[in-house]
Design a binder for this molecule. Structure first.
Ligand code: HEC
Ligand code: HEC
Length: 279
């Protein structure tokens, strides 16, 4: 036996065991294919249907840019809107709980009664009633007028002249005023489709039932206003302002998304339903 037989050259060993070569090729090929597919081809194809250019889509897939390669709006480029600044902290809930309606009455007579009435029954059609309105609802709207997240020059000026405690006192005063007695003449039965909207909503259009938030004890957000006995003019105006996005102080756009789905005849029907005092 010669030495060359006992120690074959490197070249020879590779040729003797071709699986070493081909398994390396297979592993490297799978890896490379995966990278090309996952970081280039899929993001570019998804990005094209989302209207993104190839570069942005690839950068997003690699995590260099924020957002998903399959979505047109990256989270950090969404237009910021001045929504409500009100946060229901325990400190704020304490201020509301300690509010003094008697002090509130004095201030209300000074600065609110001319429009909202001494007992919260307003005279002019575009001024909302405040009698029996929920305290947190009144407080939130006043805060939003103050910060400008609900735009109204007149109410903004009035709310800015008062401090937080005064707003809470006035809210407590009006919240404690009795509502008007519903006028029996307006208590005609509401049309079935309006009752359906209030009680069941319209799942096909993504409209939740109004009563799931606007009925006392329904568990809706704390700032949900009482709608019962509110006047038509004001009700319709506010739904239209939400629908057009001019009123945008509703947290999570809860009312904007609902209002945008309602037809004019539904809005009129709902206004009449609530004006009649149905809760
Ligand atoms: C000169 C008339 C006027 C005076 C005075 C006035 N308001 Fe108003 N108030 C209005 C009008 C008009 C609106 C509806 C504004 C809108 O469309 O946003 C309104 C809206 C409100 C709302 C929102 C109600 C809701 O259901 O969302 C609250 C709360 C309110 N006023 C409280 C007060 C308080 C409290 C005072 C006194 C500190 C006061 N207002 C003084 C005219 C007035
Ligand atoms: C998910 C809960 C929720 C549902 C469902 C809901 N609302 Fe509201 N609604 C609210 C909240 C909360 C506000 C107060 C938003 C803000 O801060 O401006 C509001 C405000 C309103 C206002 C303005 C009242 C005022 O005094 O300014 C009207 C009118 C109204 N809703 C009507 C409706 C109608 C009609 C429906 C059913 C088609 C409905 N809402 C369904 C939570 C809801």
């Amino acid at each position: 036996m010669s030495d060359s037989h006992e120690t074959p050259s490197i070249d020879r060993r590779l040729l003797d065991q071709p699986w070493r070569f081909w398994s390396t090729v297979a592993v490297a090929g799978t890896l490379l294919g995966g990278i090309i597919l996952g970081a280039l081809i899929i993001p570019v194809v998804q990005g094209r249907s989302a209207g993104l250019d190839a570069y942005t889509a690839i950068c997003r897939a690699l995590g260099i840019l924020p957002g998903s390669p399959a979505q047109p709006q990256p989270s950090d480029r969404v237009q910021r809107t001045p929504v409500s600044q009100v946060v229901w902290t325990s400190e704020l809930l304490h201020i509301l709980a300690r509010a003094d309606p008697a002090r509130g009455r004095t201030k209300a007579l000074e600065s609110c009664a001319a429009c909202h009435g001494e007992t919260g029954i307003a005279v002019a059609p575009d001024v909302p009633h405040l009698a029996g309105q929920s305290g947190p609802a009144i407080y939130k709207q006043l805060s939003d007028y103050r910060t400008g997240s609900r735009a109204h020059d007149l109410m903004a000026g009035i709310a800015r002249a008062l401090d937080e405690t005064a707003l809470a006192d006035i809210a407590a005063y009006y919240a404690g005023r009795p509502m008007r007695n519903p006028n029996p003449a307006t208590l005609a039965p509401a049309p079935a489709e309006i009752i359906t909207l209030v009680e069941l909503g319209d799942p096909r259009r993504g409209i939740p039932p109004c009563a799931s938030c606007h009925r006392a004890g329904s568990g809706g957000p704390i700032e949900t206003p009482v709608l019962a006995e509110q006047r038509d003019e004001y009700f319709i105006q506010q739904i239209n302002l939400y629908a057009s996005g001019q009123r945008r102080n509703d947290l999570y756009a809860r009312m904007r998304t609902i209002a945008a789905q309602l037809t004019p005849s539904e809005i009129a029907g709902l206004a009449a339903y609530y004006r009649a005092g149905f809760r």
